[in-house]
Write a protein that binds this ligand. Sequence first.
Ligand code: 13P
Ligand code: SF4
Length: 347
Amino acid sequence: SSLELDQRIAEAKRILGTSLVILGHHYQRDDVIQYADFRGDSLQLARLAAQVTDARYIVFCGVHFMAETADLLTSSEQIVILPDLRAGCSMADMATSDQVDTAWDLLTSQFGHSIMPITYVNSSAAVKAFVGRHDGLTVTSSNAQRILQYALQQSERVLFLPDQHLGRNTAVRLGIDLRDIAVYDPSAHEVQYPHGQGNSRVLLWKGHCSVHEKFQPHHVTMVRQTYPDIRVIVHPECSYETVQLADDSGSTDYIIKQIEASAPGTSFAIGTEHHLVHRLADTYFDRTIVSLNENACPCMTMNRIDRPHLLYVLEQLVKGSPTHIIRVSDDIATWSRIAIERMLQQS
Ligand code: 13P
Ligand code: SF4
C-alpha cells in the first residue's frame, strides 16, 4: 500500500542516515520529490553533487545524464544511483558520439577549425567528452547566455549541442541575427539555413525536447485571451516562436523564483513540465498558476522514478548490495569532467 511504501522508504532513509543523500530534480513526481534532501535545477544539482562529500551514496531522482554528471563530480568512493536505469532523456539521445564525430568532419571541412563545440548538459557523458577534448564546455539553461557569450569570444563559430531551441533562443538573446544561425541536421548529415544564409556564427544541432515542443505559439495567444493580465513564462527548450511570444523564459529554478517573488493574486501560465507546474499551483494557491498547455505530456522518463523504484534501491543499500549504479567509464570520464568543470568555473 501507499502508506507501507512511505513507511519503508522513511525507515531505509533513517537506517542509512548521513551515508545517503537523495537529490531530486524539479520535474520529479510529488511523491518522490518529498524524499529529496535537496532539490534543484540541473546546474544546482550538479553543484550539490560536488558538495555532498560526506555521503557515500547519492540517489539521484532525475534522469540518466544528471546522474552521470553527479558521478563525474563526486569522488571515486562515492556511488551514484539512478532508481530506474530506463530514465533517459530523449533529447540527449538525439546526439550520439558517433553522430557528433561524423558531423565534426563535415563542419570543419565546411567552416574550418575555428569552431568551439559546447553542449547542453542534457547529453551523454561521451558527447561531453567530445566537447571537452575540443576545448569546449557544457551549458545549462541557467547559464546558457554567459557560456555562449564566452564561447563566441573565444572562437569564430560555436557548435551548440544537442538542443536547437535553447541554442537559438540564447543566441538571439545575445543579439545574434537569425540569419547567422545555421542548423546541422544529423539525419540528413547536412547544414541547413532555415532563416537564410548569413555568417553561420552559431551552428545548432537539430535536436529538441519532445515535452517542451508541445508548448506552441497559439497556446500563448489562447491563454492571453482567457486571462488578459497573465504572465507567460516558458522554459528555453520551447521553440523560438513560443519564447518570443512569452513574457519571459528561464530554467526551472528561474521560473520558481519568479513565482516566489510575485505578489499574491498574480496570474502565470507556465510552459514547462507538468509536475513542476502543478506543484507550483498547489504551493502558491493565492496566485493563479496554469500550464501553458494542459494537454502536453509529462516527461515520461522523469516520471519513471516512482516510489517502488526508490524503495528498491534504498533497501538494496540497507542490505549492503548497491544496485542501479551509474559509473562513467574512465576513457570518457576525464574529458567529460573537464567540460563540466570549465562550465562551473565560468558560471
Ligand atoms: P533545468 O536545468 O531548467 O532544470 O532543465 C532541465 C531539463 O531537463 C529541462 O527539460
Ligand atoms: Fe529530457 Fe525534455 Fe525530459 Fe528534460 S523534459 S529530461 S529535456 S525529455
